[in-house]
Design a protein. Structure first.
Length: 678
C-alpha cells in the first residue's frame, strides 16, 4: 500500500503553531509528525499533538447529527439526518430572529485557531442574522489590550533570537508544557551561557530546569516589576538615551516606581528581598536580556496592569536595541491577514447588536432582562467546563427554554446540554489557514483524509445552515455563503505579502520583518513611543500608569488558600482530556498542596480532598509533591466536569469578576479552603 504525506498545521491554542506532516495509507491517517522543513517546528511535536490520529479516530467520536431525547445535561441523544437537524435549527433560529435577533448568541473560541474554521462563514452567518456579538475574552484579552496601550499592538521579539540572549526571564509560563519550541531555543541559549529565571507561583517543570525560581504569590507580578524598576533607577541601570527618545511618561512612571522599594515588594509578593535585588541587578547589567511573558500571569484582577508594568522594563534598559533583547507575549499583530474579508461585518448594515462577554456567560444565561438569550450556538469551545463559576454556567445551559446547538467532535460537558450536536471535522479533515502568536509564519492546513462518519467542517455546516435559512430570508442565498474552504483560505491572505502557491507547496510561508522591531523606537502607538503613560487608557477612565492592584479575593481566615488552575501538561484547556494515552499519563484530577498546608489539615498525598468556597466545592485527590508554595494550592486543569469525583472541576470555584484591562476572567484570583474528604 502506497503511503502519501499531506502538509498541515496544528490548530490548537499554543504559541508554537507547528507545521504538520500527516502520513496517509489507504485513506487512513497513520502518523502525524512535525514538519522538519519548517524552522520553528523542526520536526518536533508535543506529546499531545503527536497523538492527533488517535483523537481523530477515537471510538467516542460523534459521527452523526444527534438530537436530545433526555433531560438537559444527561447526554441522551438519538441520531438524526443532517436535513432533519438543519431544517429544525433553521426554523427555530428564524422564529427567534423574527422577534429579536439579539436573543441568539454564537459562542466560540480557540478550539481551532484557524482563520477559516474558526472565524469566517460562521461570522458571516451571524452578522446576516443580526445576532448578539460575542466578546471573546476568555484567554488573552487582558494582556493583549495591555500591549496595545504600551506597544501599540501585539508585537515583540522574534522567538528564534532568544537563542542569543544572555538572560531570559520566563514569566508566567510553564514553557516545557505550553511552549515547547521556545523551550528548545531557551536551552540553546543556556548552553551558550545564558541565565534562565522562572517567575511563577508554581514550581513547574520549567522552574525545575531554570537557574533561579521566584515563586511569588498569585497576582503580585506588577509589584515585582515595579520593584525591579525601583532598583534600575536607584542604581542607574538605565538607558537614558532610549528612554528620552522612544518612551512617553517616564517622569510619572519613575515617581510611581520609587514608591516600590524591594522591601515593600518582598512583603507583597511573598519573596525574599535578596531574590528581587539580585534579579534587578541581573536584568540591569546583562545584555542582551529578554522576557518571555505568557498569559497565566494576567488572569487576576490586576492582570492588565501587570502586563503593562512588565512590558515597560525592556525600554528602561534599552533591551530593544538588540534583536535578542526585549519581550515576547504575542506576535499576532504582525499577521498579514484579511479578517474583515472573512467576517464581512458589513452584513450587519445599520444594526448594532449588543455584545456579550464570553467570560460571564453564566450570568448572561441566567439574566432575565430582555432580550434574554433564547438560542445559543456553540463551536470550538466547551464553556460548561472552561468558563468561570461553572455551576452558574451549567445552570444556564440547563434552562429548558434555551435552544442550544453544539458543533463538536465528542460529547463534552457542553454537548451534554445541547438540543442538537452536529459532528464537526478535525484538523486532518478540512482546509484551514493559520497565523501564530509565538512566531510570525503563516501556515496552510490541507485535508489529509475524508471526514470520519458524517462529520462536516464548521464552514460547511454554516453554509448548509444558510441554505436552510434561505427558505425564510433570501439574503442567505448571496454568493458569499457559497465560498469554498480553499477560496476562504485564499481570501484570508489575498493582497498580503504571503504567496498562496508557496503555502500549497511548502505548508508555510515566512514574512520579511525587522530583526529588532523597536531598535529605533517606531512603536505602533499613537505617539510612536513605548507608552508608559497611556492617554488612551486615561480617556477610558483607567489608570494611565501601570500599578499594582491587589486580588479580588485575598486570603482570609475562612478561605486562607489562594488557588491557581494552570493547564495540566498533557491537556490543552479541555482538549485531549478523553485521549486515552494522555489521560493515562495525567492520571486523575489533583490539587497540589504544600506539605505544611497538608499537615495542618491532616492530609496525606493521594487523599481525597474537598476544595471549597462560597461558590461551590470540588472533590479531587491531593498531590503533596513540592510544586505548590505554602498558602497556595494548584488545581491542574481542565478536566471535564463529568470526570470529577462529585461532577465538578476547578471552575466550580472560580468567579466571574473581570480584569482591570481587557474585560478578561480572573481565573487565578481565587481563595479557597481545603479539607480531607471523610
Amino acid at each position: 500500500m502506497t503511503a502519501t504525506t499531506v502538509l498541515g498545521a496544528c490548530p490548537h491554542d499554543c504559541p508554537d503553531t507547528c507545521a504538520l506532516v500527516t502520513t496517509v495509507e489507504g485513506g487512513v491517517a497513520t502518523k502525524v509528525q512535525g514538519n522538519a522543513n519548517h524552522p520553528m517546528t523542526g520536526g518536533v511535536l508535543c506529546a499531545k499533538v503527536s497523538k492527533y490520529a488517535e483523537r481523530t479516530y477515537h471510538p467516542e467520536r460523534v459521527r452523526t447529527p444527534l438530537k436530545r431525547i433526555g433531560p438537559k445535561g444527561s447526554g441522551q441523544f438519538t441520531p438524526v439526518s443532517w436535513d432533519e437537524a438543519l431544517s429544525d435549527i433553521a426554523q427555530r433560529l428564524h422564529a427567534i430572529a423574527q422577534r429579536q435577533p439579539e436573543a441568539i448568541l454564537p459562542y466560540s473560541y480557540a478550539g481551532t485557531m484557524g482563520l477559516v474554521q474558526g472565524e469566517s462563514m460562521d461570522r458571516r452567518f451571524f452578522h446576516q442574522l443580526g445576532a448578539s456579538l460575542l466578546d471573546r475574552t476568555i484567554c488573552a484579552s487582558a494582556g493583549s489590550e495591555a500591549l496595545l496601550h504600551t506597544y501599540g499592538g501585539k508585537l515583540g521579539m522574534h522567538v528564534q533570537f532568544f537563542a542569543e540572549s544572555k538572560l531570559i526571564l520566563i514569566w508566567g509560563s510553564n514553557s516545557i508544557g505550553s511552549n515547547l519550541h521556545f523551550w528548545r531555543i531557551a536551552q540553546e541559549a543556556k548552553r551558550h551561557g545564558a541565565k534562565l529565571v522562572c517567575i511563577d507561583p508554581r514550581k513547574s517543570e520549567t522552574a525545575d530546569k531554570c537557574h533561579e525560581h521566584l515563586q511569588l504569590l498569585p497576582g503580585t507580578d506588577a509589584a515585582l516589576a515595579l520593584a525591579l524598576m525601583h532598583e534600575l533607577i536607584v542604581h542607574d541601570w538605565l538607558d537614558h538615551d532610549y528612554i528620552a527618545q522612544h518612551t512617553q511618561g517616564w517622569d510619572a512612571l519613575k515617581a510611581r516606581a520609587l514608591q516600590w522599594p524591594p522591601e515593600r515588594a518582598a512583603q507583597v509578593c511573598g519573596l525574599p528581598m535578596a531574590q528581587i535585588t539580585q534579579l534587578a541587578r541581573d536584568y540591569g547589567t546583562t545584555r542582551p536580556a529578554a522576557i518571555r511573558l505568557n498569559y497565566g500571569m494576567q488572569r487576576t484582577r490586576g492582570g492588565g496592569n501587570a502586563v503593562r508594568a512588565i512590558a515597560c522594563l525592556p525600554a528602561l534598559v534599552g533591551a530593544w536595541r538588540h534583536r535578542a533583547g526585549g519581550l515576547l507575549l504575542s506576535t499576532s499583530s504582525n499577521a498579514p491577514v484579511q479578517r474583515a474579508r472573512l467576517h464581512m461585518p458589513q452584513l450587519l448594515g445599520q444594526r448594532r447588536p449588543r455584545t456579550i462577554n464570553m467570560s460571564t456567560i453564566g450570568n448572561a444565561l441566567l439574566d432575565t432582562q430582555a432580550p434574554r438569550i433564547e438560542a445559543l450556538v456553540v463551536y470550538n469551545s466547551n464553556p460548561v467546563a472552561v468558563a468561570p463559576e461553572s455551576a452558574q454556567v451549567a445552570a444556564g445551559f440547563a434552562r429548558e427554554d434555551l435552544f442550544t446547538v453544539v458543533l463538536e467532535h465528542f460529547l463534552t460537558d457542553t454537548a451534554d446540554y445541547a438540543d442538537y450536536v452536529l459532528p464537526a471535522t478535525t484538523q486532518l479533515e478540512h482546509w484551514d489557514i493559520h497565523t501564530s502568536y509565538g512566531h510570525t509564519d503563516v501556515l496552510l492546513n490541507q485535508p489529509a483524509i475524508a471526514p470520519v462518519g458524517q462529520a462536516k467542517s464548521n464552514t460547511q455546516i454554516f453554509r448548509e445552515l444558510a441554505a436552510h435559512m434561505a427558505r425564510y430570508d433570501a439574503a442567505f442565498t448571496a454568493p458569499h455563503f457559497h465560498d469554498r474552504d480553499e477560496d476562504l483560505c485564499r481570501q484570508a491572505v489575498e493582497g498580503s505579502s504571503i504567496d498562496f502557491a508557496q503555502l500549497l507547496q511548502h505548508g508555510f510561508a515566512q514574512q520579511s520583518l525587522p530583526d529588532a522591531p523597536f531598535a529605533q523606537g517606531g512603536f505602533a502607538t499613537p505617539s510612536g513611543k513605548c507608552e508608559f503613560y497611556s492617554p488612551a487608557l486615561e480617556k477610558m477612565g483607567i489608570n494611565p500608569l501601570p500599578d499594582y492592584l491587589s486580588n479580588y479575593e485575598m486570603q482570609s481566615e475562612r478561605y486562607p488558600l489562594a488557588m491557581i488552575s494552570p493547564p495540566a501538561r498533557n491537556f490543552l484547556n479541555s482538549t485531549f482530556v478523553n485521549v486515552k494515552t494522555l489521560r493515562h499519563i495525567e492520571g486523575r484530577p489533583e490539587l497540589e498542596i504544600h506539605p505544611a498546608d497538608a499537615v495542618a489539615r491532616d492530609i496525606a498525598d493521594g487523599d481525597l480532598v474537598r476544595v471549597f468556597n462560597a461558590r461551590g466545592a470540588h472533590v479531587c485527590h491531593a498531590a503533596v509533591n513540592g510544586r505548590a508554595r505554602q498558602g497556595v494550592v494548584v488545581g491542574l486543569g481542565i478536566w471535564w466536569r463529568k470526570d470529577g469525583a462529585n461532577g465538578t472541576n476547578v471552575n466550580e470555584l472560580t468567579h466571574q469578576q473581570l480584569t482591570d484591562i481587557g474585560r478578561a476572567p480572573a481565573f487565578y484570583d481565587c481563595a479557597v479552603q481545603v479539607e480531607r474528604q471523610p
